[in-house]
Design a protein around this ligand. Structure first.
Ligand SMILES: [Zn+2]
Ligand SMILES: [Zn+2]
Length: 186
């Protein structure tokens, strides 16, 4: 999908600025595996674009709602994204001395005709705002390693006094082997 911002109304004279507002419906999710702003959700980007000598300086605030699941207990988690970002888009004339290959590997953002492409800054701002390991609560106790129940939902001191069925089957087998040992050995 397109994240182009049309800035043809912005005079290319240093110090001039315009304000813009993008209300975008996402066509594909933006974020991380465990948490992202989903396809079909909106993001709101409020932008002030200022002409500077070398290009256009974008200062923006991005808001949206990210949803995912807790990395410990897998409960649904939602996070209000409210992230600022600044980005300088340079005029292409600055790049004229570089070869085509250099331009392509270059990470400098360019003003293209009368627009700037906010795809990379928007993606980066969302990544910056999201935790790699989202948690339903900072102290989420996660799942019981024994039975898999969410420990938040069970009474304090949840424990397993009884050995697991599989282990009791194994120890019964061990007992049997021990009993059989002397006879088989001779
Ligand atoms: Zn959790
Ligand atoms: Zn348990």
């Amino acid at each position: 999908m397109s994240f182009l911002l049309d800035i043809h109304e912005l005079p290319r004279r240093a110090g001039e600025y315009r304000e813009y507002r993008l209300d975008l419906l996402l066509e594909s999710p933006l974020g991380l595996d465990l948490i992202s702003i989903d396809r079909g959700e909106r993001i709101l980007v409020e932008i002030s674009a200022t002409s500077v000598d070398e290009g256009v300086l974008i200062r923006a605030n991005l808001r949206g709602m990210a949803k995912g699941e807790c990395a410990r207990c897998l409960e649904p988690v939602s996070i209000d994204v409210n992230q600022d970002f600044d980005e300088l888009f340079e005029y292409p004339s600055k790049a004229s001395a570089l070869s085509k290959d250099e331009i392509e590997t270059d990470e400098i953002l360019r003003v293209e005709d009368d627009h700037v492409d906010l795809a990379t800054p928007i993606r980066d701002a969302i990544l910056l705002a999201l935790p790699v390991n989202p948690l339903c609560a900072p102290d989420c106790p996660g799942l019981c390693s024994h039975c898999g129940v969410a420990l938040r939902d069970v009474e304090q001191g949840h424990a397993h006094d009884q050995p697991d069925q599989r282990w009791s089957a194994l120890s019964a087998l061990a007992e049997k082997l021990k009993e059989g040992e002397p006879r088989d050995g001779r």
